[in-house]
Design a binder for this molecule. Structure first.
Ligand code: ZN
Length: 282
């Protein structure tokens, strides 16, 4: 299934048509997009079909498919190519930071950079947790994932590395610094869910390009490791880390400027496209 937040209402996209889940289930599932993350609702959702009254998805503005995640876990350094580019040894266990849930924004929304001069992009595969779990073994980890989406882990590098103590979580959590979407795709829709092409362009110039099979910690390993210590709950998001090519590692370092368009794409899911604006959010 392809799950979307269509102007605030949980919907399925079927053959390019919007199926409003609350209407189609006669209210059995509410219009809250967070309901569609819950795997308990998926059997009923899977029976829905588009009808003649359905309208084209292009007629609507899409919001973030998981608008109010519980916690947003972000993994650092999860691609071999990125570790090599950063001259870092390959980690033996995941490194984790947090993005505050209020950073989440829509797939085509503007991102406001205030007066910051070191704002950077990171394309990431994002997992939505659809079933609560503790100590989840890797062999059943995918059974806890309700869908995959695209995220841009926007980061203020100045704040992230500001001495004397690094501040990863704050630097990645400003309002709007977590665009996700355009849709949440259930894992069964993807033939090779552990090997997806992932890329990012700035004003049409390719900056990041990899496959998720380059992960140091594949999805099942990440979920097993995280859930050993932390309860994963329905509606949590996991940003799985970025690949080489971030602006901070360019020579010279190159950060986002006013009016640039960042487009992040993942095979089988689509693309998100955000304009970066110098100035404060409205
Ligand atoms: Zn990241």
């Amino acid at each position: 299934m392809r799950i979307a937040n269509v102007e605030g209402r949980g919907s399925l996209i079927i053959d390019g048509q919007v199926v409003d889940v609350e209407s189609a289930t006669a209210g059995a599932i509410t219009s809250d997009p967070m309901e569609l993350v819950d795997l308990r609702n998926h059997p009923q959702m899977a029976k829905l079909r588009a009808t003649e009254e359905c309208r084209d998805v292009g007629d609507f503005k899409l919001g973030p498919p998981v608008p109010r995640p519980g916690k947003v876990i972000a993994i650092a350094l999860n691609y071999r190519s990125h570790a090599e580019e950063a001259n870092k040894p390959i980690p033996t266990e995941p490194h984790v930071m947090v993005k505050f849930s209020t950073c989440i924004t829509g797939p085509y929304d503007d991102v406001f950079m205030h007066d910051l001069e070191m704002v950077d992009y990171e394309v990431e595969l994002v997992l939505a947790v659809g079933r609560r779990g503790v100590r989840i073994p890797s062999y059943s980890a995918w059974e806890h994932v309700s869908g995959l989406t695209i995220g841009n882990d926007v980061s203020d590098r100045n704040e992230q590395f500001r001495p004397p103590i690094r501040q990863f979580s704050m630097a990645k959590s400003y309002d709007g610094f977590g665009p996700i979407g355009p849709i949440l795709v259930t894992p069964d829709e993807l033939q090779e869910r552990d090997d997806l092409e992932i890329s990012l362009e700035v004003d049409g110039e390719l900056r990041q390009h990899a496959r998720t099979s380059d992960f140091i910690f594949p999805v099942p390993v990440l979920i097993e490791w995280l859930s050993k210590y932390v309860t994963l709950e329905v509606g949590d998001l996991i940003f799985t880390g970025t690949t080489g090519g971030v602006g901070d590692s360019m020579d010279p370092p190159t950060y986002l400027r006013h009016n640039q368009i960042v487009e992040a794409s993942i095979e089988g899911i689509g693309s998100i496209r955000n304009r970066f604006i110098a100035g404060d959010r409205p």
